[in-house]
Design a protein. Structure first.
Length: 247
């Protein structure tokens, strides 16, 4: 079976760049949903439909692989071992890795990195299933080949839908980045056009004025009505009486 390449080189590089940018230690990449940009209802609805479709295909594929009778194929020992190893690898992926990636994408519906991670996983599943189908067509029954071929077609359809979604998300995010760059340049030009405001800072301290001298309180006049302490006034002298003159 021939494999069709669904990604254009430009889109592939865009997705790789987005995956590298979002895989760093930035806390924004693993932030809670409250820190993410709002997602439209149409986008979430489209993604939920696609993920539900992938989950249904996964269950059908697991059932079909469990019905294969590889031990009865007319193949050599190494070829049977290769087929059994491929089937075991697919089963482990469908039961472990794929559900984990789907959960990550449900938590971040428009995360390009998580979307591309899912695409690469579907791409790997397609390759291994294709190998099993080739062995079934060469050594197995028609029923084995038909069931595996149906599963491959189902994965191919979902892979194509996911590729289209990633391409739309990449275009939308690129347009948003272009808009933000334009706004940033406009703000920078506006800031550069405005003359800088001069702020004059007077760091010289004014000379301190001398404090006004306090006026001395006027002294109270001495009280002359009271004798000074420790002094006694001499007694007033009485006039002496003169003897009467003789007649």
């Amino acid at each position: 079976m021939k494999r069709n390449l669904l990604f254009s080189p430009g889109l592939f590089l865009t997705c790789i760049a987005a995956a590298v940018a979002q895989s760093g230690p930035s806390p924004v990449a693993n932030a809670a949903p409250s820190g993410q940009a709002p997602v439209s209802y149409a986008s979430v609805t489209q993604l939920n439909g696609l993920l539900s479709q992938i989950e249904a295909i996964s269950k059908t594929t697991q059932t079909d692989l469990g019905k294969l009778r590889i031990e009865k194929w007319k193949a050599s020992g190494p070829e049977k071992k290769e087929a059994l190893g491929n089937v075991d690898s697919i089963q482990r992926n469908l039961q472990g890795a794929l559900p984990e990636i789907i959960t990550q994408l449900r938590n971040a519906p428009e995360d390009v990195s998580a979307s591309f991670k899912l695409y690469r996983n579907l791409d790997a599943l397609y390759d291994v299933l294709n190998n099993v189908a080739e062995l079934a067509g060469a050594y197995g029954s028609k029923d084995d080949l038909q069931s595996v071929s149906n599963d491959i077609s189902s994965f191919e359809g979902t892979r194509k839908q996911l590729a289209e979604r990633i391409e739309n998300l990449s275009s939308s995010k690129e347009a948003e980045l272009t808009r933000l760059r334009t706004e940033l340049k406009s703000l920078q030009a506006k800031v550069e056009a405005e003359p800088p405001k001069k702020i004059v800072v007077d760091d010289t301290e004014p000379a301190k004025k001398p404090a006004p001298k306090k006026k001395a309180a006027p002294k109270k006049p001495a009280d002359t009505t009271k004798p000074a302490t420790g002094t006694t006034n001499p007694p007033a002298q009485q006039p002496q009486s003169q003897p009467p003159k003789p007649q």
